[in-house]
Design a protein. Structure first.
Length: 219
């Protein structure tokens, strides 16, 4: 994956954290819990409905259009976040999510186009990326419990689709962990337990960052 970064983050001098993972793993709920319980800013996956969202998932006939729609959401979100500088910003999904989903959903030519466009777009790098992951059987169970019609109409519950996405996010972590601040958190059966693990990773990062700044100041 080729992700070209802008040197600044969308929250100015504050902390910008993204949470990624396959649909149904609890990513959006954990992101909202983090923001609501800690008084942080929350950036939802969808922020702009000027252009109606197309049908998503493996059964869509507009897969490329769907990924372009998600890219537009990300650009709108970063534009908004740049003007709303809270102490900590929690982002539901980030650019790697577009690339993981695109690799699974699109044909090779379409994926190369998306990958190239994403690499060309100036983007803000999160200070910390959290990737939620769980064994495939656990993810299948979670998606099956969502009770959404989209599980059928969009193909959200397609086991091959879920397996490939889940593997894609794990591969992203493995390829990025030595290059950026990326934390892998295994989602737990109880959402509160997942929240606790994510909060621990976030708190550790914020503490470590503050300590590093203090040491630099004293030096």
């Amino acid at each position: 994956m080729n992700l070209n970064y802008s040197p600044e983050n969308p929250c100015g001098g504050s902390i910008y954290i993204s949470i990624s993972g396959v649909h149904g793993i609890g990513k959006s709920l954990v992101a909202r819990m983090l923001a609501n319980r800690n008084g942080w800013e929350y950036s939802a996956e969808s922020v702009d409905r000027q252009i109606a969202p197309p049908r998503f998932g493996p059964r869509s006939s507009e897969k490329l259009l769907a990924e372009l729609w998600h890219m537009r959401q990300l650009m709108k979100r970063e534009e908004w976040l740049a003007k709303n500088r809270e102490e900590v910003c929690i982002s539901d999904r980030w650019w790697q999510d577009v690339l993981v989903y695109s690799r699974v959903l699109l044909n090779a030519k379409e994926y190369r186009i998306v990958e190239n466009v994403v690499s060309w777009i100036p983007k803000m790098r999160p200070d910390l990326e959290i990737v939620l992951w769980a064994p495939n059987d656990e993810v299948f169970k979670r998606v099956g419990q969502r009770g959404r019609d989209k599980g059928v109409t969009w193909g959200e519950k397609d086991l091959k689709y879920i397996r490939e996405l889940n593997t894609g996010f794990r591969n992203y972590y493995d390829a990025s962990k030595d290059l950026r601040n990326v934390a892998l958190v295994e989602a737990q059966p109880v959402i509160e337990d997942t929240y606790a693990l994510v909060k621990k990773a976030v708190t550790k990062y914020v503490r470590d960052t503050n300590q590093q700044t203090l040491e630099e100041f004293e030096g």
